[in-house]
Design a protein around this ligand. Sequence first.
Ligand code: AMP
Length: 541
Amino acid sequence: MRGLMMDVPLMISSILEHARRFFGDQEIVSRSVEGPIHRYTYRDLAARTAQLAHALRALGVEPGDRVATLAWNTYRHVELYYAVAGIGSVCHTVNPRLHPGQIAYIVNHADDGYVFADLTFVPLLEALAPQLPRVRGYVILTGETTMPQTTLPDAMCYETLIGAQPTTIDWPVFDEHTACGLCYTSGTTGDPKGALYSHRSTVLHAMTAGIAEAARRTESTGCMMPIVPMFHVNAWGYPYVALMMGAKLVLAGSAHDGASLYELIETERVQNAAGVPTVWQGLLDFMTANGKELSSLRSMRVGGSAAPRAMIQAFEDRGIEVIHGWGMTETSPVCTNGSVARKHRDVPNRMDYQTRAGRCLYGVQMRVVDEEGQVVPDDGVSQGELHVRGPWVASAYFENETATQAQFTGDGWFKTGDIISLDADGYLTIHDRSKDLIKSGGEWISSIDLENAAVGHPEIVEAAAIAIPHPRWSERPLLVAVRRPGSTVDAAEILAYLQDKIAKLWLPDDVVFIDEMPHTATGKISKKTLRERYAAGVLSG
Ligand code: AMP
């Protein structure tokens, strides 16, 4: 039986696109062949790579054609990597340290149509050109002012070639098994032999190389504990991740109470653990009540529902990095990672970033669509429903055509039902589930923001905001809350507390206290149960 996940091909252009969109101001610094240090951003890289791709097409480079580079490590070589592969052609990176005869051999063997070369290699190519009859042109990787006099036939200046081309492109999507790169071994015997990489192999390899880099920090001594149950979306991948990273795996059985978790984390020296906010709150309450501290835990993943700021702050104050992530059963689930960007680590409002629902991860494509069906910008303000695509996103529901029709778009996206905004660094802010939003007098009220504000009160353990029918406003918010044991805080005090934390319109019409919050099987607050309980409305008017 085949799985029902999206058949999204692994494209090299998707790496560039991800970096342009979410790491746009990250730098590439090159010691240029001309001499000076050159610096620009991923955003610049993407713009110039688009220009190069258009220029290659204008030269008549077709999908499958080979394009050679004889170049050092500089930004222009990176542009060639992405542009050549991006249009479905093959980037043949020639090793200039090969014997000249071998260079001629591999350029002819690969049937390279164009050669892009650094200034350094112009004399070498001038000598070899007569042996390269099928090369249609040479592009020198430099600007007008440093363009050399050369006997190379059809020599072009790189900057002139790309200069007038458009800076954007819709990268084509094609079979992930398509070749993207070619590299010949400098074998000691016989002629060099070529390894022909594909988009799929290159993307998977880069992912693994990235994991290996991250694993350095945890391998052998690393110890991971998915508290999130293995029946809840693959325990967020931990049973696979721990084995990939070589980390010790600690499993909590059914004991999710604060005391049991604390004991297991401490005795097994767990360094990283994952769970929903309710579980972490239980652990925190246990620690606070018993004056305990965690001595081994370095980081914790939290997701599945909104993690209150006060809770994140409490763990951060104890030196534990809180990694707030977003995902769904339909997305395997991991789609974001809450590690705060380097540039936001030391800013005074670091917590604002820490409390967002993570940053979009490579491999997941996101678009935010407003009520009119328009895609909104990544400005951190514009809101809409999050749509996702990717190789680990469901393509349909198992034997459920009706649900599939409702949740998947005709153009291949999954509609998450979450109302979010995305910013230019890829941080995701969840405003609500679309069905949990409260619409009061035509204005949307975010139940999540209201709940987060409420649990900031020291006497409130858990809170849920739900919509209650209202004759005038159509809906008004009701806050349902659980008090700390022994607390006598009342509705008036909570409303007074909220007064300066949320918009006036958002102030709940009432606060009701219950002894225990209803939870779903995965530990989330069951708003469905609350809505049923309070459907008749308890608001005074
Ligand atoms: P499930 O499929 O049971 O994991 O539920 C997925 C839903 O949980 C998402 O659609 C979100 O509404 C919610 N969710 C997941 N992660 C978060 C988060 N970090 N903050 C707020 N809500 C979340």
